[in-house]
Design a protein around this ligand. Structure first.
Ligand code: PLP
Length: 420
């Protein structure tokens, strides 16, 4: 499996010449196709999908999703600002944040929505915006993330109001005259329709407790298959049972709920390739490994070091794939002086080094990390070892390539420093 997902070897030569490596290259056709698939999510009484922009918040990407009709799920007040500057109307933005910062009070009256995520947040918001409409994010008590670090529901997750605090939350909302219009649960439900059904049913029970609620937001967490052996989410398969539950809920209660979903990974993961160069090759002998050292690493892509996440790695000799190379077990590492800067960890275990069968890598080869769209550029160990932030490039519908974020300059790395 040494095939590029959407780039061609000619693209790689052009990227090296015009944009340098490392560069993230996003594919506009894939972004738009994914957005359209999300817009088709089954629903009973209306759907509003939001892009969870923390996956990749660059303006050109936001603008594409705005054109496709998606709204925004922002995870900080800074993301709210970024979405507005990229052309999103304030009414299409919703904030679900771990840190409800003071600055958010100025957005409330502009129509930005929020899902309050803790009892303290209800207090805080209540003091700024008495009488406003709000959403509440609950932790329904179950989660289904792939690892402890991606699990966002259940007792080991701090996200949302704990299910047993429902009465306290309701009392607080009364105290501040807050009208609860939305219930939000995001537990990283994955690709199993049974899990979605269970979470939707539990979330509908929360809706029952708040007669003013009109919208149920089930969050994101739709898994994608980056590697060939991974299970992708079939949106129609997970959405259909949820649609039926909404209909059943209407029959029981007469309430027609709008469905909101908030995919990040689903929209972005396979829409981007990180193009790097093998800049060194070392070996630790027969008992050891052959290491390919890239001109990128945890400064661009942290997921392998953080979660033991697996990304396809494609090796392409300069000038195309015509040169035959034998396949070898090799280890791919990043350019940071940090033994955890590893692109081939064992699955789910960032501590364990693994080899990957790849064509024999040589200095100067392209090494393309696929599946690098979600939580890569946006979640890097930026400027570690003082490497500049990599460029981001868009492969447009006509196949041409353009910067959407230039490489950081050296001056930008140190611009906020002071020597008193
Ligand atoms: C991160 C996040 C999402 C998106 O999660 P994915 O796994 O990328 O789909 C959606 N909603 C909220 C509240 C989030 O924090």
């Amino acid at each position: 499996m040494n095939t590029l997902r959407f780039l061609t070897p000619e693209d790689l030569d052009q990227i090296r010449m015009d944009f340098e490596t490392p560069s993230f290259v996003y594919d506009e056709a894939t972004l738009r196709a994914n957005a359209r698939a999300v817009m088709e999510f089954p629903n009973a009484f209306g759907l509003f999908p939001r892009y969870a922009m923390k996956a990749a918040p660059t303006s050109a990407i936001l603008r594409i999703f705005n054109e496709e009709g998606l709204g925004i799920d922002a995870s900080s007040v800074f993301e709210v600002e970024r979405a507005v500057r990229s052309g999103f109307g304030t009414e299409s933005i919703s904030l679900s944040t771990q840190e409800l910062s003071e600055d958010f009070r100025y957005w409330i009256h502009d129509g930005v929505k929020t899902n309050l995520c803790s009892l303290h947040q209800i207090h805080k918001f209540g003091q700024w915006g008495k009488g406003e409409s709000i959403g509440l994010r609950f932790n329904p008590g179950v989660g289904s993330g792939g690892t402890n670090r991606t699990n966002v529901g259940g007792p080991s997750s701090s996200f949302g109001i704990w299910k047993d605090d429902l009465d306290k939350a309701r009392d607080l909302c009364k105290e501040y005259d807050l009208k609860v219009e939305r219930i939000h649960t995001h537990i990283g439900s994955g690709s199993d329709p049974e899990v979605w059904k269970r979470v939707a049913a539990m979330s509908l029970d929360l809706v029952r407790a708040f007669p003013t609620v009109k919208t149920l937001n089930l969050g994101g967490g739709y898994k994608v298959a980056r590697m060939p052996d991974e299970q992708a989410t079939d949106l129609l398969a997970i959405g259909e049972p949820v649609r039926l539950l909404f209909e059943q809920f209407e029959k029981e209660t007469g309430r027609e709920l709008t469905l909101e979903i908030e995919p990040g990974t689903f929209l972005l993961a396979n829409a981007c390739s990180l193009v790097t160069t093998v800049q060194d090759v070392t070996s630790t002998g027969n008992e050891g490994y052959r290491f390919l050292k890239l001109d990128a690493g945890m400064t661009e892509i942290l997921r392998p070091s953080l979660y033991g996440a697996q990304h396809p790695i494609v090796l392409v000799p300069e000038g195309g794939q015509d040169k035959f190379r034998e396949e070898l077990d090799q280890v791919v590492v990043g350019h940071c002086c940090e033994s955890g800067d590893l692109l081939t960890p064992a699955p789910g275990d960032p501590e364990a080094i693994m080899t990957r069968k790849l064509p024999r890598g040589e200095i100067g080869d392209f090494c393309v990390i696929e599946g690098a769209g979600a939580y890569c550029s946006s979640m890097s160990a930026k400027n570690y070892n003082s490497f500049p932030e990599a460029a981001e490039v868009l492969r447009k519908l006509d196949g041409s390539l353009a910067f959407i974020r230039k490489r950081q300059t050296f001056d930008q790395i140190i611009e906020n420093e002071a020597v008193p």
